[in-house]
Design a protein around this ligand. Structure first.
Ligand code: GRG
Length: 308
């Protein structure tokens, strides 16, 4: 992974953050009645506190690869939507009823900084805001494209995607006392749902916004699947190899929670080899765009080799 990629990601993160900050203020939008200040503050705490901004970055990079005429500003509503949905998932994942974490992105989690009820509502409001951003005509002039984006994000984020994956994850910890420990195939499915679905949504939504053909949508769906799997494998590796200060959140939690990860099942070196294969496959998928796709190829390396 190159320093140039890290710089591009950091530069994008500042632009996205400024856009998100502007959306999260106390002035009601048309159709709203009032915005409670405490809720806005908690949402800002959840969203504006750092974060790699990988999902919106992928969305923007895929869209601009397919249509270089698109500006980052034009893609900001959809990019912000996917980050809002991601941030909601982190707020709810950190709650006492879920992972019960006190640290996220190097800062107190929302329920610690505020309180549990506020954190639940901040997550709810971020989830709703994600769909508000996609449905707004500012997202795309064509209502059919907006509807397709809404569907992509709903299917990735909901029952058969991220939320469903979180449910399977809780069950796999033995929370509900119902059944055997998950096998490798079970773990792959739950991770594809919990983590992979949203990363795939980012690349597919980017492709849609870039005016992709059906073949290109399929290609970026597969690219997103590969990055999602690599992201989760890297996350599992970091859980056993990184420090709390590198990650800005608690580590070594998987074993403590009895989580069956692929690192625990297959071992560190097998997972590292799988990551190498995934990066190679992701890079092959970008072949039609040659050197113009080098940022996305670097993103695949970043996901697999990241230390945060
Ligand atoms: C509570 C509905 C609900 C879903 C939770 C996101 C999630 C599903 C759980 C988080 C637990 C976890 C560690 C998942 C592994 C992958 C992941 C989503 C890591 C955090 O994403 P990053 O690294 O975070 O992109 P930043 O802070 O950079 O945005």
């Amino acid at each position: 992974m190159t320093a140039a990629f890290e710089t591009a990601l950091a530069d994008f993160a500042s632009v996205l953050e400024a856009g998100l900050a502007a959306r999260l203020d106390t002035a009601p939008q048309s159709g709203e009645i009032a915005r409670p200040a405490r809720l806005v503050e908690a949402m800002r705490h959840a969203v504006l506190a750092g974060g790699k901004r990988l999902r919106p970055f992928l969305l923007v990079e895929v869209a601009r690869l397919l249509n270089p005429g698109l500006t980052v500003a034009a893609l900001m509503p959809a990019a912000s939507a996917i980050e809002c949905l991601h941030c909601y998932s982190l707020v709810h994942d950190d709650l006492p009823a879920m992972d019960d974490d006190a640290l996220r992105r190097g800062r107190p989690t929302v329920h610690v900084a505020y309180d549990e009820a506020t954190a639940i509502l901040a997550g709810d409001a971020l989830l709703t805001l994600a769909f508000d951003l996609l449905a707004d005509p500012a997202c795309h002039a064509d209502p059919a494209v907006r509807a397709a984006l809404v569907l992509d994000l709903a299917r990735a984020g909901g029952l058969g995607g991220m939320v469903g994956g979180q449910m399977l994850d809780l069950a796999a910890e033995g929370r509900f006392g119902d059944g055997a420990a998950p096998n490798e195939a079970d773990i792959r499915i739950l991770q594809a749902m919990k983590t992979g679905a949203l990363i795939r949504a980012a690349t597919v939504m980017g492709a849609r916004l870039g005016g992709a053909t059906a073949e290109e949508i399929g290609r970026f769906s597969r690219f997103g699947d590969i990055l999602g799997l690599a992201f989760q494998l890297a996350d599992d590796l970091l859980d056993v190899t990184a420090t709390e200060s590198e990650m800005g959140k608690a580590v070594a939690k998987d074993a403590a929670h009895g989580k069956g990860t692929l690192v625990a099942r297959l071992g560190i070196s097998a997972v590292r080899s799988e990551l190498d294969r995934l990066v190679a496959e992701a890079t092959d998928l970008l072949a039609p765009w040659g050197a113009r796709s080098e940022t996305l190829a670097a993103a695949a390396h970043f996901v697999a080799e990241r230390r945060r």
